[in-house]
Ligand binder design. Structure first.
Ligand code: PMP
Length: 407
């Protein structure tokens, strides 16, 4: 394992040295988006200063170098997630678009009235609503894997949800609202025993846990660049070659075609069949720099550091009188959600902000999770590799101060 030099890492993130409300920034909203290292910021500037040009189109020099750089990212993603083929990497706007592509294209081709799709009780809205839209359109039905009181999925109940009508399973690797890490490999194997393909929402896993598409044998995998130290507006849909080849395209337009006449259009090969129009070129290229950055440090080292931080934060937060952790799964990653008796999460968030501490409050785009715990929302502390125990101490001091004002 590589050594983890927290001072060097923090120095790479310019925003971490700024102040907010006259206090040093303490950024604990990494589940929403991570900050960017200067390696990524510099790459964005370099792209516009040196290369800006459309991809996959021109014969001229700039178009060639930007196309090459964009395709280098595809290969970096392939290596990072250990996909078998480069053309199984579809560049999207983010996790949301990646899931919508599967719901729309796989759904259009393979799901009909009366069919069933299994999702879980802890999904982000982006892994609920696209399936509901499909159900409305096709007359199919959602089945939901229930959650136990500690925020783990009920795996026995999951096994009993399958029927001959089950056409797809889609669930998150890590819950953005609770931090629960699901037993993805076991869950994928269960679905495959029934001959059902699986989509895993990797939005909250990709920056914390090493993933391997071939070892997982997952059928589709979605994630966003901006949650892994990369730019916004870029993400990935991994899909197995056969499945992607058999699905109709998502959007029509430039790049996704081979030949167009008014009578007939033939579609391009993978991955371009699913990449209509000009992509977010700069973000696509610089996602590659974010991957380099993570790999330079090493996901094993990042995971070990973050697990230590999570344990420290959980133990220090337990000092707070009246705190109730929402989601106490045995296997958790990077997220702590909590409420405090008699206090609205929003009020805690506002006071912490005055102290320069950024946390998220509310339902975290996972309203059904909040409903399951009969609460309107939580305070969510979500960690990244640049956070420190000193920042957690600052959070505890801030929280004690906020509660002394609110209670
Ligand atoms: N799934 C999960 C688990 C998430 O945490 C998020 C972002 N909060 C998304 C999906 C959606 O990601 P994006 O907004 O980048 O498309």
């Amino acid at each position: 394992m590589k050594t983890f030099d927290i001072d060097r890492i923090r120095a790479d993130f310019p925003i971490l040295s700024r102040e907010v409300n006259g206090k040093p920034l303490v950024y604990f909203d990494n589940g929403a988006t991570t900050q960017k290292p200067k390696q990524v910021i510099d790459a964005i500037i370099r792209y516009y200063a040196d290369m800006n040009s459309n991809v996959h189109r021109g014969v001229h020099y700039l178009s060639q170098i930007s196309t090459d750089a964009f395709e280098v990212t595809r290969r970096k993603v392939q290596a990072f997630i250990h996909a078998k083929h480069e053309h199984e990497i579809i560049i999207t706007k983010g996790t949301t678009e990646a899931i919508n592509i599967v719901a729309s294209c796989y759904g259009r081709a393979f799901i009909t009235a009366g069919d069933e799709i299994i999702i879980s009780a802890m999904e982000h809205h982006s892994n609920i609503v696209p399936w509901q839209m499909l159900c409305d359109e096709k007359g199919c039905r959602l089945r939901v894997i229930p959650m136990l009181d500690n925020g783990e999925l009920d795996i026995e109940a999951y096994k009993s949800l399958f029927s001959e009508r089950t056409k797809l399973v889609s669930f998150t690797y890590v819950s953005n609202a609770l931090g629960t890490v699901n037993p993805v490999k076991e869950m994928i194997d269960v679905a495959h025993e029934h001959g059902v393909p699986v989509l895993v929402d990797g939005a909250q896993a990709i920056q914390h846990i090493a993933v391997d598409m071939q070892a997982l044998d997952v059928d589709f995998f979605a994630f966003s660049g901006h949650k892994m130290y990369g730019p916004t507006g870029i993400g990935v849909l991994y899909g197995k070659e056969d499945l992607l080849n058999n699905m109709p395209p998502y959007q029509g337009g430039g790049d996704m075609i081979k030949d167009v006449t008014f009578e007939k259009t033939t579609y391009n090969e993978l991955p371009f069949k699913f990449e209509a129009g000009t992509p977010n070129i700069e973000a696509g290229i610089c996602l590659g720099d974010a991957i380099d950055y993570i790999q330079d440090i090493g996901l094993d080292a990042i995971k070990a550091y973050e697990e230590d931080l999570l344990a420290y934060a959980t133990s220090r937060l337990s000092e707070i009188e009246g705190i109730r952790f929402i989601g106490t799964a045995t296997h958790k990653s990077s997220v702590i959600s909590f409420v405090v008796d008699g206090v609205h999460p929003y009020d805690i968030g506002v006071i912490l902000d005055k102290l320069g501490i950024a946390v998220r409050t509310g339902h975290h785009c996972a309203q059904p999770v909040m409903d399951a715990f009969s609460i309107p929302g939580t305070v969510r502390v979500s960690l990244a590799m640049y956070n420190t125990k000193e920042e957690i101490d600052a959070l505890i001091d801030g929280l004690k101060r906020a509660l002394s004002m609110l209670l």
